[in-house]
Each structure stands twice: as C-alpha cells, then as structure tokens.
Design a protein around this ligand. Structure first.
Ligand code: ATP
Ligand code: MG
Length: 407
C-alpha cells in the first residue's frame, strides 16, 4: 500500500516536472522569438530614421558633409554628390576630395581646433570646389564647418556646409561697379564746373562779361548733365525696386506713343536728313503697359540710332507685330552699328562704346539702355540686340501677349 502510494506520488511529481519543463521551454522559445521580432522592428525603425534623415539632408540645397576625427568623410548629401561630380565621397579623406587647398583649409582648421569656422572663398575663373573647369567666371563659396555638440567623447564629428554664393557675389560686384561708375561720372562734370568757378572767382574772369558768359554756359551744360545722371539713376532704382505701383499699367495706342517720340525728335530727324519709317504700326495696336516708360524706351532707342549716325542716309525702322503668344517691337537702323565685342555689355549701366568725350561735346551718360532693359523687364518682357555694322542694328523687344496687347 505504501509502495503504491509512493509510485503515484513519484509519477505525479515526474508529470509535474515534465509539464513545468515543457512550459519553460515554450516560454523560452516564445521569449526569444519575441526578442527577435523586437530586434527586427528596431532595425526597421532605425533604417527608416536613417532614410528620413538622408531625405531631409538631401532636400538641402547646399552641399552637406559629415567628417570624422580622422578627416574622413562619413556622410554626403545629394547636393554634395552633385557638386563633386557624383564621385564616391564616403570613406575618402577630405584632402583627396577638395582639390583647392583653400577650401580644405577651412574645414581642417575646424577639425584641428574644434572651433566653428566660416570662410568665404573666391575661386578663379575656372575652378569649383571639385577643381574642374567652370565657365561662369569668378565663383564664390562659403564653407561653414562646426563640430557637432552631441557626438560621443573621443569620436568627434564635424558637419560641413558648402554654399554656392556666386550670384550674391556677382550682385555685390554689380553694386560696387555702379557706385564706382556713378561717382566717376559725377566727378567729371563737377571737376569741370569747379575749374570754371575758379577761373571766374579767383582769376578775375568775372569782370570780363564775354568770357564769363561763355564759362557760365559750359557750367550750365555740365550741371544739366549731373541732373540727368541723378534722374536716370533714380529711374533705374525705382524700376529695380520692383515695388507695386512703380508701373501705371493702362491700355494705350502704340501708334500714339510712336507719334509722340517722332514729334519730339522731329528737328533732329530733319537736320540729319534721316528717314524714320514705321512698319505694321497701325492705329489698332493697343498695348497694356506704362505709357511713360514705353515712350522712354522707344525714345532712347530711336535717339541712339540718330545720335550715333549724324550723317545723312540713315534709315530707322520702328516696327510692331503680334502673334497668339507674343508681341514683338523693334527699332532697327542701317548705321555704324555696335562692334560685336561691345554687344554683351551694351545694357550695362554707364556703358558706352565711345568712352571719351571732350569738354565741349558731351555724349550720353550710358544709362539709356539700362533704363530700357529694366523697363522692359518690369513689363515681363525681354530685349535683345543684333548688329551688323553698316547694315543693320536691331533692338528687339518681346513681351508676352497676356501682359500686352489687344488687336
Ligand atoms: P544716354 O542714353 O544715357 O543719353 P547713351 O546713349 O550713350 O547715353 P545708351 O543709350 O545706354 O547710352 O547706349 C549705350 C551705347 O550703346 C551708346 O553710347 C552707343 O555707343 C551704343 N549704341 C546704342 N544704340 C546704338 C545704335 N543704334 N547704333 C550704334 N551704337 C549704339
Ligand atoms: Mg541713349
């Protein structure tokens, strides 16, 4: 009886142990598959986070690099890859990538000192950060490097942003040139006026009425010139400001605008025995634009043709035509023309083909075509020029139809 009881207890104990063992095994395998699932999920999350970070950094317009303490590139965004000509960047030393040492310098200084470095670098006409040929002229870059603050101790990582600031640099240059040219243009007549004032006051010429009158006449010519330069510069700055209300858009007859300028230039045309004809400028062409600026545009273009060709035999044509999308307005002449070397610069402020003028004979200020270009651009149009000296010089204005015309 006792031995039977012992057998039952032993069997039950064995069964219980077996059940426990079985359960333990099951929960162990469940646990490990759960751990694996977690691991996989974490890996996926990590991959997504990395992809998201790369996507964000790729969306940056500027080139972005991460560089480790051994001066090796660890990450490069899309802009960086494009900048360096799609070369493999990750895993390569900085010095190998930046051909121009000035660019690498800024970054290496930051790596060495741990201090942020920002430097602006002008590269010669034909180099870019990757050292290849460039055709845009001088190009300017900003290298901005700083150590990341949250990198683990001993493994510093540095972020580098390379920004192309060529267009800002060019704009700055244009502004500087403008100020330099404007001062020069203003200084010349001012010096002449000063000279005559000295003659009048210090040298006693004021007591010689004939001479004094002659001096005063020349002085007036030069003060007129100063006023014109200032006025033209104000017009340019108004047009460049792009402020709403600069242009007073209204419909007007193109023909009436042409008649106005022909009337204003009538005596010059007659004296020079020039011929000015109009083509397809019928009474029905109506432009939507600022009549004041359109008159200035046409006036300057026709006046230029007359001014540059004072001898008889000049023929100037003013034309206008429109198709479904565009309106084209042109002024052409058969005069001396513009040398091809000057053509690319002709719309620049103060640019004249003939640069020198005597004290008696004052030529233009070289601002007329700048105003023309800005006025056309303010009307969302473009202006181009072609010239075959002695045969045809043609200024062609194109403006989109929506901006412009009712026929
Ligand atoms: P402004 O118009 O300010 O009185 P400007 O006539 O000299 O002075 P722009 O109208 O800007 O200045 O013209 C610039 C230069 O372009 C002129 O000095 C002239 O050398 C050249 N040019 C312009 N139009 C013609 C043309 N039709 N034929 C020959 N040269 C031209
Ligand atoms: Mg002019």
């Amino acid at each position: 009886m006792i031995s039977e009881l012992a057998t039952i207890v032993a069997t039950s104990a064995l069964v219980a142990i077996a059940i426990l063992w079985f359960r333990l095994r099951r929960s162990r395998s469940e646990f490990s598959s759960e751990v694996n699932a977690w691991k996989q999920r974490l890996e996926i999350d990590l991959r997504h986070a990395r992809e998201e970070r790369n996507r964000l950094l790729d969306a940056l317009g500027d080139a972005f690099l991460l560089v480790d303490a051994t001066e090796t590139i660890r990450f490069a965004n899309q802009a960086a890859r494009i900048l360096f000509g799609h070369r493999e960047l990750v895993g390569r030393p900085v010095r190998e990538i930046f051909i121009d040492p000035r660019l690498a310098d800024a970054l290496l200084r930051c790596l060495a000192s741990g201090e942020p470095v920002q430097s602006r670098i002008l590269l010669s006409q034909q180099t870019s950060p990757r050292g290849s040929l460039e055709t845009r002229g001088v190009n300017a870059w900003v290298i901005d490097a700083a150590r990341l603050s949250d990198t683990p101790e001993g493994e510093p990582s540095t972020r580098v942003v390379i920004r192309d600031v060529t267009s800002e640099h060019q704009l700055e240059q244009v502004r500087k040139d403008f100020v330099a040219n404007a001062s020069h243009e203003l200084r010349t007549p001012l010096a002449i006026i000063n000279g005559y004032l000295e003659n009048l006051l210090d040298d006693g010429m004021i007591d010689e009425p004939e001479m004094a009158r002659r001096f005063l006449t020349v002085m007036r010519k030069h003060t007129d010139r100063i006023s014109r330069i200032v006025e033209d510069m104000l017009v340019i700055s108004r047009l460049e400001s792009g402020e709403a209300g600069t242009l007073k858009i209204e419909p007007f007859r193109f023909r009436s605008c042409v008649n106005d300028i022909l009337e204003r230039l009538e005596s010059v045309i007659r004296n020079q025995r020039a011929e000015v004809c109009t083509r397809r400028v019928d009474g029905e062409v109506i432009l939507h634009g600022d009549r004041f600026y359109w008159t200035q545009v046409l006036f300057n273009l026709v006046e230029n043709a007359l001014k540059q060709n004072p001898h008889p035999g000049l023929r100037v044509e003013i034309g206008c035509e429109a198709d479904a999308e565009q309106i084209r307005v042109w002024v052409s002449d058969n005069g001396v023309g513009i040398p091809s070397a000057d053509l690319p610069h002709i719309f620049r402020r103060f640019y004249r083909v003939e640069k020198h003028h005597s004290q008696q004979e004052i030529k233009g200020t070289g601002l007329g075509l700048s105003i023309v270009k800005r006025a056309i651009e303010a009307h969302h149009g473009t202006i181009t020029v072609t010239s075959t000296p002695g045969r045809e010089t043609r200024f062609l204005i194109t403006i989109p139809k929506v901006e412009g015309v009712v026929l």
